[in-house]
Design a protein around this ligand. Structure first.
Ligand SMILES: Nc1ncnc2c1ncn2[C@@H]1O[C@H](COP(=O)(O)OP(=O)(O)OP(=O)(O)O)[C@@H](O)[C@H]1O
Ligand SMILES: [Mg+2]
Length: 593
C-alpha cells in the first residue's frame, strides 16, 4: 500500500533516528536527490532536526491490563504545531503529563534539548487562588519569577554587603536578559488581549469568575514565549472571539506547540502536524486535521477496493494530495506554517476505526401544553448584570439555543431553572408533564467518590425503572462505549471525555422529554459530538442548549433566545438566520451598550 520507499532512505532513516514523515516529505519532493546525495542530504536534515526538540523514547505505560502506550517513539521539532488527536480515553492528557514529567511512564524517557523552557496550561483552576491575577501570569516563567524574588530579598536586607551587591548585579543582568523589565507590562497586555480587563489584574484569583480563571491560566502558559508549549483542550471555556485570538496567536508561534483538541476548526487553523493517539501508539502525520481525516477515510476505501490495481490506487492518492495542498495553501494559516502543508504525504495513514457512541434520549411520555414559564428573571454577580427581564414560555416542538455575550449568563440561567442557584428577582414554573435531564457545565462534583462505573450509574436509576439489573445498566454504559472491564473502572480516574459520557448515560437513564445542555461538546471526541448532535436532532422532546459548536447550534435549534443586561431577544429562526438578521444586529448593539 502507498508509495514504495527507496531502500537507501529507509536505511538513512534508521541510522539518523529521524522522524519518519520528514524523510518521506523529501522522498516525495526529490527522491532522485536523496538517492544521489544521501550523505549531504542526511547531514542537513539531521542538523535541522537536532535544533530545538523534544523526544519521547520507548514510552510504555499500562494501567492494569489496559496498555495506553507501547514503545512510543516520537520527536517534536521547533516551528511545528502538533494537534494531538484521539478518542476519549485514548491517552492524550496522559501523554502530555508524561512529557511534562507529571506522570512517570513504566518504561522509557523524555529528552529535551538543553536550555529549553516548557510551559503547560494548568487544568486546576484553584491552584493559584491566593495569588493575584498578574502574578499568576508572571509565575508562568518560573526562572523569571525566582530571579525577581531572589533579587527583591537581597534589596530588602538591612545589612547589604558587597557580596550582596555582586549577586544583585548578576540577578539584574539575568533578569534583563529574560525581558524582566517589560514582564509586567507584557503580562498585562497579554491578559487584556485575552479579555481580562485591567481592573481585574490585581484581584486575587479566588475572587474572579471561573471563566476568567481559564483565560488567566492560558496567559500564564503563553507568557514569555516558551520553547515548548503544551495545551490540553485550551478552547474549553473560551468564547468564540477568544478562540479566534488564540488561533491567530498559535498560527504565528515560532516554537513547538502540542495541543490536544477535539475542535476541528481550531485544529485546522493552527496545526502543521497531527499526532494521532490510537491503539497504544502515537503516529505523527504532516498536515492539518482535515487532511488526516480525509486521507484516512480515503485509505479505508482504497483498502476495501480490492479490484483496483496498486498503481491506480497510488495515482488516486497522489491526486488527492495535490488537490489538498492547493486548497490548504489558500487557507488562513500563517506563511511559515503553510510550508508544511506543501509537503504533504499520505503514507502510513491508517483507516480510522473510531467508534460512535449511541446517544438517544427516549421520553417516557410526551410533553403537555405547559412546559416552562419564565417571568421577569434577573441576575447580577459582583455588581455586573448578567441578564434582566427574562420572560418567555416554551411551546411543543421547540429546540431553543441560548446565547449571551457574557459567558456566565446562560450557565447561571440554566442553574437557576435547575434550582442550583437563585435568581435576584422573578420566577419560573415547570409543567407537570416535564421530566428534565440536565448536563451542567462542570461535572467534577459528580466524580469525587471512588465508585466503579456500574455503582456510579446505579445511583441515578429513576423510580419508574423497576428492573435495573446489571445487564440493563451495562446496556446504557455500552451505548457510551464502556464495555468489558471498563465497567469496574473507578470513576475518579476517568478522562475528561469519559466523564461527560457518564453524565450522558445518566441523562439517558431518566427517559427525559426535555434536555438542558450547557456546552455539550466540551471534552467530547469528534465521534461523540457527531452522535450527540444527531441524537438532539431526532429527539422528539424539548431541547435547551448553549454551545460554542456552531454546527450543533445551527442544526438543532429552531428558536434563539439571547440573554442581555437589558432584556432578551427572542426569535423563531435558525442560528445562522439570527446571526445574519440586520434588525437583530441593531438590537444586539443597543442591548449590550
Ligand atoms: N490511575 C488510573 N488507573 C486506571 N486507569 C486510568 C488511570 N488514569 C487514567 N486512566 C485511564 O487512562 C485512559 C486515558 O486517560 P486520558 O485522560 O489520558 O485520556 P484522553 O485521551 O485525554 O481522553 P479525553 O479525550 O477524554 O480527555 C482513560 O481510559 C482513563 O480512564
Ligand atoms: Mg484528556
Amino acid at each position: 500500500m502507498g508509495v514504495a520507499m527507496p531502500k537507501l532512505t529507509k536505511y538513512a532513516e534508521k541510522s539518523a533516528g529521524l522522524q519518519k514523515h520528514n524523510l518521506r516529505i523529501c522522498d516525495n519532493l526529490k527522491p532522485q536527490i536523496a538517492d544521489r546525495f544521501p550523505l549531504r542530504f542526511l547531514t542537513f536534515a539531521a542538523r535541522k532536526q537536532r535544533k530545538y526538540m523534544i523526544s519521547a523514547r520507548n514510552i510504555t505505560l499500562a494501567y492494569g491490563k489496559r496498555v495506553l502506550f507501547d514503545e512510543v517513539n516520537i520527536n517534536f521539532t521547533k516551528g511545528n504545531c502538533y494537534g494531538v488527536i484521539g478518542a476519549n480515553g485514548a491517552g492524550k492528557s496522559t501523554f502530555l503529563k508524561i512529557l511534562s514529567g507529571d506522570i512517570e511512564p513504566n518504561k522509557g524517557n523524555i529528552e529535551i534539548s538543553p536550555g529549553e523552557r516548557m510551559a503547560v496550561l494548568k487544568q486546576n483552576q484553584f491552584e493559584f487562588d491566593d495569588c493575584s491575577v498578574l502574578n499568576t501570569v508572571l509565575m508562568g516563567h518560573k526562572r523569571l519569577w525566582e530571579v525577581m524574588h531572589e533579587r527583591d530579598k537581597i534589596y530588602a536586607k538591612a545589612d547589604f554587603t558587597e557580596e550582596d551587591g555582586m549577586k544583585a548585579g548578576e540577578l539584574e543582568a539575568e533578569f534583563g536578559e529574560m525581558g524582566g523589565y517589560e514582564a509586567e507590562s507584557n503580562a498585562g497586555s497579554l491578559l487584556s488581549s485575552l479579555g481580562v480587563k485591567e481592573e481585574l489584574h490585581q484581584s486575587l484569583m479566588r475572587d474572579i469568575p471561573s471563566n476568567f480563571k481559564v483565560r488567566v491560566l492560558l496567559a500564564q502558559a503563553l507568557f514569555g514565549n516558551p520553547d515548548i508549549l503544551l495545551l490540553d483542550e485550551p478552547t474549553n471555556g473560551l468564547d468564540i472571539e477568544t478562540i479566534g485570538w488564540l488561533e491567530n496567536f498559535l498560527a504565528d508561534y515560532e516554537n513547538i506547540v502540542l495541543v490536544v483538541s477535539h475542535d476541528r476548526h481550531f485544529l485546522d487553523t493552527i496545526c502543521t502536524h497531527v499526532a494521532d493517539v490510537d491503539r497504544s501508539k502515537i503516529k505523527v502525520f504532516t498536515g492539518n486535521y482535515t487532511f488526516w481525516y480525509e486521507s484516512s477515510q480515503l485509505m479505508s476505501r482504497q483498502i476495501n477496493d480490492k479490484n483496483k490495481k496498486t498503481e491506480e490506487k497510488r495515482q488516486a492518492l497522489l491526486d488527492f494530495i495535490a488537490r489538498f495542498s492547493a486548497n490548504a495553501s489558500k487557507s488562513k494559516q500563517a506563511t511559515s506554517r503553510k510550508k508544511a502543508l506543501e509537503k504533504l504525504t499520505i503514507e502510513e495513514i491508517e483507516p480510522s476505526n473510531r467508534k460512535y457512541p449511541g446517544i438517544i434520549f427516549q421520553p417516557l411520555r410526551e410533553v403537555g401544553n405547559q412546559i416552562l414559564n419564565v417571568e421577569k428573571l434577573s441576575k447580577s454577580v459582583d455588581g455586573r448584570k448578567l441578564f434582566d427581564k427574562v420572560s418567555f414560555s416554551i411551546n411543543k416542538g421547540e429546540k431553543i439555543a441560548f446565547l449571551s455575550r457574557d459567558p456566565l449568563a446562560v450557565t447561571s440561567f440554566f442553574e437557576i431553572i435547575n434550582d442550583k442557584q437563585k435568581a435576584d428577582t422573578g420566577k419560573f414554573e415547570w409543567g407537570t408533564t416535564i421530566t428534565k435531564a440536565y448536563l451542567p457545565l462542570e461535572n467534577e462534583e459528580f466524580f469525587t467518590s471512588g465508585m466503579t462505573l456500574m455503582e456510579w450509574l446505579r445511583q441515578y436509576v429513576p423510580a419508574h425503572v423497576t428492573d435495573a439489573d446489571e445487564p440493563f445498566l451495562r446496556g446504557f454504559l455500552g451505548k457510551m462505549l464502556f464495555s468489558g472491564d471498563d465497567i469496574q473502572k473507578k470513576t475518579n480516574v476517568l478522562s475528561g471525555g469519559e466523564k461527560v459520557r457518564c453524565m450522558v448515560s445518566r441523562m439517558m437513564l431518566q427517559n427525559p422529554n426535555l434536555v438542558i445542555l450547557d456546552q455539550p461538546t466540551n471534552h467530547l471526541d469528534l465521534e461523540s459530538i457527531q452522535s450527540f448532535n444527531e441524537g438532539c436532532q431526532v429527539f422528539p422532546g424539548i431541547v435547551l442548549i448553549t454551545s460554542h459548536d456552531h454546527t450543533f447550534m445551527q442544526t438543532v435549534a429552531n428558536r434563539i433566545i439571547e440573554l442581555t443586561p437589558k432584556g432578551i431577544i427572542d426569535r423563531l429562526m435558525t442560528f445562522d438566520e439570527y446571526m445574519e438578521d440586520s434588525r437583530v444586529k441593531e438590537l444586539r448593539e443597543e442591548m449590550y451598550s
